[in-house]
Design a protein around this ligand. Sequence first.
Ligand code: DX5
Ligand code: ZN
Length: 219
Amino acid sequence: MKNTLLAPSVLAADFGNLQRDIEMINQSEADWFHIDIMDGVFVPNISFGMPVLEAIQKHAKKTIDVHLMIVDPDRYITTFKKLGADVLTVHYEACTHLHRTLQAIKAEGMQAGVALNPHTPIEVLNDIIQDIDLVCLMSVNPGFGGQSFIEHTYNKIIRLKQLITERGAATLIEIDGGVTDQNAKQLAATGADVLVAGSFVFRAENPIATIQNLKSITR
Ligand code: DX5
Ligand code: ZN
């Protein structure tokens, strides 16, 4: 039986009740915390920074998956390690020396992830896939929660899966953006290992039950 991991995106939490929402994820069937860091330069939005991540780290009892939507991420690798990141994902489009960046993330003892914008082809990873622990396929344009899922993502999952298998790599495939109960099952069946879900979880009347449902339909 497949265990597709579920990573609720804290971006959609109620920041006035952040501890409550973190505890909800702790108690739920969710696997990871997905943390979106935006700098207002790489993406047209600013999310939150170090003090908020410090508060999250204090309460979070599951794997912390940090998605950096920032330029020049090398500047902050050590900082995010200190802030509790277990998985640190940088954008392909923001890294001039991606190989060096991934090695620096691993040297800090974190899993190294690479995110691809919707327009970036899988093939740019041909010569680096064996060094990547997780590929995050953006299924919306990064910057905002609550957008609609881009259908072309299925095609990218198939091609990415092919590349991973061909090279004998152990890379996980993460899908980020517009994940709901309408597409989760097909995403898992196509090859997704980790599903990020923000607004679908936090806007639900019963987030715990919504998480449970997403987990059960992707098994
Ligand atoms: C988008 C972020 C996503 C976002 C997902 O830039 O990377 O992680 O929080 O939110 P939903 O699930 O609402 O699309
Ligand atoms: Zn994200």
